[in-house]
Design a protein around this ligand. Sequence first.
Ligand SMILES: Nc1ncnc2c1ncn2[C@@H]1O[C@H](COP(=O)(O)OP(=O)(O)OP(=O)(O)O)[C@@H](O)[C@H]1O
Ligand SMILES: [Mg+2]
Length: 470
Amino acid sequence: MSTLVAAASSYLPPQIEGANLLNLMIIDDERAVREVCREVAQSLGFNTCVADSAEHAYRMLDSQGTDVVLLDLRLPGAGGLEALRQIKERRPEAAVIVVTGYGTVQSAVQAMKNGAYDYVTKPFSMEELRLLLERVSAHLKLKTENRILREKVKSKQGFGSIIGRAPEMEKLYRIIAKAAHSNHPVLIMGESGTGKEMVARAIHFSGPYRDKPFIPVDCGSLVPTLIESELFGYVKGAFTGAGQPKDGLLAIAEGGTAFLDEIGEMPVDLQAKLLRAIQEKEIRPVGSTKRVPINVRILAATNRDLERAVSQGAFRRDLYFRLNVLSLRIPPLRERRQDIPLLAGHFLDRMTRSSGFERTLSDDAMKAMLAYDWPGNVRELENCLERACALTTGPVIHVQDLPSSIHGAVSLLSEAGNGSPRILPMAELEKQTILSTITQLNGDKLLAARMLGIGKTTLYRKLKEYSSPE
Ligand SMILES: Nc1ncnc2c1ncn2[C@@H]1O[C@H](COP(=O)(O)OP(=O)(O)OP(=O)(O)O)[C@@H](O)[C@H]1O
Ligand SMILES: [Mg+2]
C-alpha cells in the first residue's frame, strides 16, 4: 500500500491557473504511489505520464519530451541508480527527483552525485511533494527563460524586435538581459528616435513579470498639473470635476512596470513625490490622506542630459541617483552606421508584408543613407523609407526618392570641397567607393560586396590590386 502519510482524498491542492507546460514522468512500481504523485503534479499543471518499470520508462523517454522525472530508487531489476544513468543519457536536460526509502539516504546521496536534481524520502507528505515540484518547476522556468534570453541575444538581427548588430548594441542587449531579471529602476538614455521605448519594452517583456502590465507615462506631453493625478490617481471630490475616484498609472501598473518617458520634463515639485513613492513603495492619491502600497518596477527614459539638468537645479539629485541604479545609453545611429542596411532591410520587409509590394534600395540610395547623419535616428530612417515607398512606383527606391537632406549627403562626398564636382576616372571612383563602403561598414567585406552588388571574390581581387605595388 501507499507509504504516503496523507490520504489523497483529504488533500486539497491550490489550483494553478493554466498548465505549466512541463512534462513529468512518474516511475514507481507501486500503483498507489503513482496515483497520488500524479494527482499532486496535475494540480500544479504538469502533464503527467506514469511507468511501472524502468524498461517501460525508457520506451516512453525515447518517444516523448520529458522535463521532470520522479524516480523510485528501489525499482526491481537493474535498480534505481542504473535507471538514473539511463534517463540522464536519454534526457540530459531532465530534472530527476529520486524517491528513496527511509534508511537508504545513502543511495540518494549517490544519486545526487550522479546528476539527480533532488531527493525525497518515503514516507513523504503530499505537501512536501508539492513544494518540491513547485521548486523544480520554478528552476526549469528560469532555465528556459535564460535560454530564451541567450537565444534572443544571439538572434541574427538583434535582440527580439530590436534590430542592430553593432558592438555597442550587443553590449546593450547584455545589459537588457541582466536588467530584465532585476527589480531595480533603470534609466534609459538616448537621443530622440534611438529606440528608448523599445528597450524599455524589451526589459519588461524579457523578465519574469512579462504577464503583468507595462504602462508608459509620457511626462513630456502631460500638462504638469495633470501628471500628479495621472501618476498617483485621485479620490472623489479631490478637485473640480473629480466626480469619481480614479486609479493612478502607478497603481494600474501593479506587479508590472511603469515606464516614465521623458522623465527630464517632470516638474521639480513632483519629482519629490515620485522619489518618495519609489523609496517608500507607496503613493498618496490626490485628495486622499491615506497612503496606498504599490509594487511597481520603474523604468525611466530621457533624451536630455540629466546630469547637466541636476547641476543646473532642474532635476533633483536624489531622484537622479535613485533612477540611475542601472543606466544604459542607446548609441545614436550615426555611431553605428553598419546597422543601417540591417534596419533598412527590416523596415522594407515589413512594408512589403503590409503592402504586398516588394521594394529594394538602389546602390546609390543605400550609399546616401550610409553617408547621412540621421539626427532623428531610427525613427527618421523608418519614416524616410515609409515615405519613399509611398512615393516610388517601381520596385527600386532610387536616391532621388529620398528626402533632399539625405541625397545631399552623397553629393557632398563626391565634391572636391570647392563647390564644383570633381571629375574622377571610373577606376578611381570604383576604388574610392569600395574602400569607403568597407570603412563605413567597420571592415565587413562580405556585407560591402553585397551592398555594392559585386561578388565577394571580385571584391577581394580588387582589394588585392589596390594593395599591390604598380
Ligand atoms: N533598434 C531598432 N530596431 C527596430 N526598430 C527600431 C529600433 N530603434 C527604434 N526603432 C523604431 O523607431 C521608432 C522610434 O523608437 P522609440 O519610440 O522606441 O524611440 P525613442 O527613443 O523612445 O524616441 P523618442 O525620444 O522620440 O520618444 C519606433 O517606431 C521603433 O519601432
Ligand atoms: Mg519615446
